[in-house]
Design a protein around this ligand. Sequence first.
Ligand code: NDP
Length: 446
Amino acid sequence: MKKITRTYLNHLYERFDARFDGQEEFIQAVHSFLESVAPVLDRHPHWRDANLTEALLYPERLISFKVKWLDDKGTLRINQGYRIQFNGELGPYKGGLRFDPSVTPSVISFLGFEQTFKNALTGLPIGSGKGGADFDPSEASEDEIRRFSEAFISELAHHIGEDRDVPAGDVGVGSREISYFARRYEDIHATSSPGTFTGKPPGRNGLKGREEATGYGLIYFVEEMLRHQETGLEGKRIAVSGAGNVSLHAMQKAKDKGGIIVACSDSSGMITNNDGLDIEAVRKTKEKGGSLKDLADGTKTITYQSDSGAIWQVKADIALPCAMENELKEDDAKTLITNGISLVAEGANMPCTPDAIMAFLQNDVLFGPGKASNAGGVVASVFEMAQAKEQIPWTFEKTDEHLERQMTEIYRRCQDAANTYGDGKNLDQGANIAGFLRILEASADS
Ligand code: NDP
């Protein structure tokens, strides 16, 4: 990196870190992003001199609100809700809502920041947003989840809309919750608005194939990475963390393509089977609200450990972290490398720490960054927005076919940028740079 770029970045960090003091996740995401796009600032000094880069680091607005709701005992409960409208340069704000006790302004900001470059990388006309609440659905009854969802969206309803801000689901928010949001939103505005949310159930103006899209898209991206190495998924041993939306669909698609899923995890533990897990059995257990331990208890072929993180000790060719941010740390990366891992691709948002990514790159492990490899969800969300405008339902096959094509394009953009600005091996840098250039160009024109 040139000295002048180093000095510029240090100035940015100084101001940014002081402004967002204590927001660890947000600071981590911004630093690691800026370090990787430095070659663009070296090569095109006008982007540095115009200081457009700094403007991209700050969200346009963070809406923070109180959510009041009644639990099953009739007691008033209070949670904190957020919606960040990060960058609207390329279109309506777009990004998911997360219900999880870990939700803080820092988590929402880092997710919104990452979403900015992910959405730009898709080449589609969408800006970036994210949101959620520190509400724990795992501790709530179905009625409480519905009441909370309605209370949450009542507070947000005047800030969103099909041409303004289009939320989707994320951790703890699936098609059921989106359906509660959509109904309540339409009641409040006394209108029909199928384009205001994506991730709706297919029977309620949703898109067939949206639910599968992030996990399937991850596997299409992995296939492209392997194709570049003149190999494929057939016979590859795969460890996938999580047992939720992204993880289950990634496991199913990888298995359909000939991969062997040797391990998966949930928040309470992990399971392994050297001959390959039965994904349908995992799905059924989780759908019934069970844990992986329940599944392991019922069969001799599955080994269970109560430590979810132990999944990275399993011998595999491919690792797909699909659960939570920072779930795969440097030590886990070293263990995977020692055990002969050849490819890691992120299904979750920022599941690998910067040190872990560095370890993969230094040891020639192919690395697929979440910004690119998990973009299938947002891509399908744009299809759902198009379907709402066209008022003609898409078939599952149409969604899947378009998704595969888009994931191939996203891979190509990452690879091209990695070739142009580096040695062609660093797709993390390639993804950041490709998204960065698109948004810089849009900002410069406005
Ligand atoms: P879900 O809530 O459906 O699933 C999350 C899964 O992760 C659950 O099985 C949960 O366990 C498990 N989990 C939680 N903590 C841990 C842990 N410490 N170790 C192992 N497993 C854990 O979420 P999604 O699948 O929708 O999202 C997963 C990730 O993918 C998130 O980072 C999200 O932001 C990202 N993502 C999601 C998209 C989507 O379309 N859904 C789009 C792009 C990114 P348990 O079952 O016990 O709760």
